[in-house]
Structures are given as structure tokens and as C-alpha cells.
Design a protein around this ligand. Structure first.
Ligand SMILES: [Zn+2]
Length: 107
């Protein structure tokens, strides 16, 4: 199992979400995990309609529970869809209840 597959399973990511990169920084004792969305379509959170990806909300980082004492961060440039009814919507990420603020599991 490679490190991407390991983190995919730890984070419970599936479907169009994929671990693109795992950067281990021994000096700073941290792990940066980059996640990408590999589809050009996503469901609207409000009405469940499949919509085209319109743009991206910009790269954001989330603090995740530590991996073996290493500070673990997820980064993702979350896609936004344009729903005919609801307009521009950031799609729901599988590792965070609300995509509007960072998840802090452990401090
Ligand atoms: Zn909608």
C-alpha cells in the first residue's frame, strides 16, 4: 500500500475525491495531504441535481488528527458548481461537516 492509498483509507475518501500528494516534512514534524476532486460534475447540496463544476473556491487547509505525532493538514481547492436553482455552491467535502470552516479534531 502506498502513502496515498493509506491516507485515502484513513480519511475515508472515495469516489471522485483522491489523494493527490502526501508531503512528509520531518523537520517541521508535519504531513501535508493534498486532495483533489477528479470529476467535472457534482451534486447540488440543496436539491441533489447533478451540475457542472463551474470554478474552484481556492485552496484551503484543514487540521486533521495527527498521524504518529506528526501535525497533519489536508489541503484542497474545492470545486464550486453552478446550480440553475441555487447558483454558485461550494461542494460538500467528505472530511468536513461544513465546508465553510476548518475542521479541528485535536488541538
Ligand atoms: Zn440546486
Amino acid at each position: 500500500m502506498n502513502d496515498k492509498e493509506l491516507y485515502r483509507q484513513i480519511l475515508g475518501i472515495s469516489g471522485p475525491w483522491e489523494v493527490a500528494k502526501v508531503d512528509l516534512n520531518i523537520e517541521d514534524e508535519k504531513v501535508d495531504i493534498e486532495i483533489i476532486y477528479k470529476s467535472n460534475k457534482a451534486l447540488c447540496q440543496e436539491c441533489g441535481t447533478e451540475c457542472d463544476i463551474y470554478d474552484h473556491s481556492g485552496k484551503r487547509a484543514w487540521r486533521h488528527s495527527n498521524t504518529c505525532q506528526m501535525k497533519t493538514y489536508l489541503t484542497c481547492n474545492i470545486p464550486r458548481i453552478k446550480c440553475k436553482l441555487h447558483g454558485l455552491k461550494t461542494i460538500k467535502v467528505p472530511w468536513s461537516e461544513s465546508s465553510s470552516r476548518p475542521t479541528i479534531l485535536f488541538e
